[in-house]
Design a binder for this molecule. Structure first.
Ligand code: COA
Length: 327
């Protein structure tokens, strides 16, 4: 699980995504500042934008912070080594659509956070604070600055996926204004490599972009155009067609990818056709009982629980989907 986590982050393209596309639906107003109140941390803290030369120190802190919380809950470590975490940091710091924030105390870097700005709705994470500096308000400040950035940019919403066993982040994110929307089951294993009759899956091409964005808008009320474009350029995206019409897509089948379908059968077809699940697993909305049990029936295994949390624009999905680790 751990090595794949880093590797699948590296599947992201570093090419620039197109300009942000706001949902056209009524009611998708920009985030409002009253969603949270800024609190002063108990330590003297400096926040600044991340730089490429932060990768090594951020990677070491990220590795230690996630190792610490995983060990305390008897879960496997998320990163195999500080170097692997630094590789991820290096990638994110170099990506033009990920905004990095670094926290310093006493001149020393103590943590970081990221805002994924590839699509209209922004995603938060990974966030981490040096275990020795935790519980003193630095994590809250790193969250507040990325939320404020999303507000300043007029984005309609910010989302994240919280690790289910982490009581601290569930409470912190809730108090900042994020609402729990969906329990997610992280599921891994080898896809069944099956074809569902009438549901034809093929690699997505540039000409499929509009159809993919239409499906996403129909199901979620917004599109994820930046991520779709990136995945099509990378060659990782697939579409499912019924009677020659695109009814679902996946930017890949894995932890850092999302998928949307008009129906649960569309999702089964996309998962069933995948060569592999990339990273630690796919994030299946557990309340989609049909999809959840279909995955289990096809020998995929539950790894852990996670939680989709949102601030700002959100509408109940009218179709089926897989969340990415960001939303
Ligand atoms: C998550 C993390 C970034 C938070 O940073 P931090 O500096 O320790 O957090 P802060 O001190 O700013 O805030 C902690 C908040 O949790 C709250 N909290 C902690 N445990 C709590 C509990 N059991 N019940 C209620 N609230 C709790 C604190 O009251 C505080 O909230 P407040 O600011 O609203 O009072 C840091 O702990 C970390 O790096 N963890 C490991 C990596 C990780 O889990 N990342 C997130 C993945 S989802």
């Amino acid at each position: 699980m751990s090595a794949l986590l880093v590797l699948s982050f590296l599947f992201f393209s570093v090419a620039a995504a197109p300009a942000l596309t706001l949902p056209s639906q009524a009611g998708s107003e920009p985030l409002k500042s009253q969603h949270f109140q800024i609190q002063e941390p108990t330590m003297s803290l400096e926040l600044r934008d991340g730089r490429p030369d932060d990768a090594t120190v951020l990677g070491r802190i990220c590795f230690e912070a996630f190792k610490d919380i995983a060990h305390r809950h008897h879960f496997p470590e998320d990163f195999p080594s500080p170097e692997a975490a630094s590789g991820l940091m290096s990638f994110l710091l170099g990506h033009p659509k990920f905004h990095a924030v670094v926290a310093e105390a006493g001149g020393q870097v103590i943590g970081g956070n990221y805002l994924d700005e590839r699509s209209a709705i922004a995603g938060v994470g990974p966030i981490f604070i040096d275990p020795a500096a935790q519980g003193q308000g630095a994590g809250r400040r790193l969250m507040e600055v990325v939320i404020a950035r999303a507000q300043e940019r007029g984005l309609p919403g910010v989302r994240l996926v919280q690790v289910g066993y982490n009581n601290q982040t569930l409470c912190l994110y809730s108090r900042l204004g994020f609402q729990v929307r969906e329990p997610l089951s992280l599921i891994n294993g080898t896809p069944a490599r099956i074809h569902i009759s009438g549901y034809d899956v093929r690699k997505a091409t540039a000409g499929d972009t509009d159809a993919c964005n239409r499906v996403c808008r129909e199901v979620h009320g917004h599109d994820r155009a930046g991520e779709v474009d990136e995945a099509i350029r990378d060659g990782s995206a697939t579409v499912v067609e019924r009677q020659g019409r695109i009814t679902g897509y996946a930017t890949s089948i894995g932890f850092f990818a999302h998928a949307v379908g008009e129906t649960t059968e569309d999702l089964k077809a996309l998962i069933g056709a995948a060569d592999q699940i990339t990273g630690p697993g796919i994030l299946v909305p557990t309340r989609n009982h049909d999809l959840f049990t279909w995955c289990l029936d096809h020998k995929l295994r539950l790894v852990q629980q996670m939680t989709l949390m949102t601030m700002g624009f959100y509408q109940d999905p009218t179709g089926a989907y897989l969340s990415s680790v960001l939303y």
